[in-house]
Design a protein around this ligand. Structure first.
Ligand code: ATP
Ligand code: MG
Length: 232
C-alpha cells in the first residue's frame, strides 16, 4: 500500500538566492492515518517543505509522492485534491462572502452535485463543531473561528493527508484545546509544522526535527522535543 506522503531526497533553493539551498536532501514518509509533527527553529525550512506537498513549490531535485502519485506540473491538480493544506494565516485561505461558500468552494471545483456539495459542507462544519457559522460572513469571524473554518475548507475536500502550518497561532487557550481535540479525532494522515511543543506531543507520537534544511531526527516526539530544547 502506498504512503500518504513521501519525500524523496528533496533539494530546494528559492529563485534569485544564488543556489543557496534551504532544503538539503529531505527524506521521510508519512503513513496512512499517521500524524507526524515537523519541528525546527525559525528558518529551518518547515514552511518551505510544506509548500512542496501541494506543488506550490516544486523541488530542484528529488520527488514528492502523495498517495502514490508523483507530483509534477502535470499531476499537480490531481495531487492538490489529495492534500488539505491549512496555511498559517487563515486570510490566505478564506476569500468567499460566507462560510458556506468557502467550505463549498473545493467540492464545487470537483464538479460534484449540489446535494453532494451540501453534504460535504455540513459534514465538514459538523466535524469542527461550527455548523452554526454556516451563513456567517467570513470577514466577520473572530481569528479562532476563521482558523476553524479554514480547517473545514480542507475537510470538505476529503483529503488523504492534511498539512498544517502553525495551526494554533493566534488561538486562545480554549480554541487551541478545541482544535487539538478536533484534529486528534480526525482519521486523516497529518503533517503538522509547529512551535507549539505541547500540541506536537498531544497529537503526534512521531516527530521530524528539521535543522538548516536537513532532517536531523525522526522518531518519538518526546525525544525530538528534548533534542530541540537542547539545541538552543
Ligand atoms: N520566498 C522566499 N525567498 C527567499 N528565501 C526564502 C523565501 N521564503 C523563505 N525563505 C528562506 O528560506 C529559509 C526557510 O524558511 P521557512 O519559511 O521554510 O522556515 P520555517 O522553518 O518555516 O521558519 P518559521 O519557524 O519561522 O516559520 C529561511 O532562511 C528563509 O529566509
Ligand atoms: Mg514557517
Amino acid at each position: 500500500m502506498s504512503q500518504a506522503l513521501k519525500f524523496n531526497d528533496i533539494h530546494y533553493s528559492y529563485p534569485g538566492t544564488g543556489g543557496n539551498e534551504v532544503l538539503r536532501g529531505v527524506c521521510f514518509t508519512v503513513g496512512n492515518g499517521e500524524k507526524v509533527a515537523l519541528l525546527g527553529l525559525n528558518g529551518a525550512g518547515k514552511s518551505t517543505l510544506l509548500l512542496h506537498t501541494n506543488g506550490l513549490l516544486l523541488p530542484d531535485s528529488g520527488t514528492v509522492e502523495i498517495d502514490g502519485l508523483t507530483l509534477t506540473k502535470k499531476t499537480v491538480d490531481e495531487a492538490r485534491r489529495k492534500v488539505g493544506m491549512v496555511f498559517q494565516n487563515a486570510d490566505d485561505q478564506l476569500f468567499s462572502p460566507t462560510v458556506y461558500d468557502d467550505v463549498a468552494f473545493g467540492p464545487q471545483m470537483m464538479n460534484l452535485s449540489r446535494e453532494e456539495v451540501d453534504k460535504r459542507v455540513n459534514e465538514a462544519l459538523d466535524a469542527i463543531g461550527a455548523t452554526k457559522l454556516i451563513d456567517r460572513p467570513t470577514n466577520r469571524l473572530s481569528g479562532g473561528e476563521r482558523r476553524m473554518v479554514a480547517v473545514a475548507t480542507v475537510l470538505s475536500m476529503r483529503p488523504s493527508i492534511m498539512v498544517l502550518d502553525e495551526p494554533t497561532s493566534y488561538l486562545d487557550l480554549r480554541a487551541e484545546k478545541a482544535l487539538s481535540e478536533i484534529l486528534a479525532g480526525l482519521p486523516h494522515a497529518m503533517l503538522l509544522a509547529t512551535h507549539n511543543l505541547q500540541l506536537a506531543r498531544q497529537l503526534c507520537t512521531r516527530a521530524i526535527l528539521l535543522a538548516d534544511g536537513k532532517v536531523v531526527f525522526d522518531g518519538p516526539t518526546d525525544e525530538a522535543v528534548d533534542r530541540l530544547e537542547k539545541s538552543v
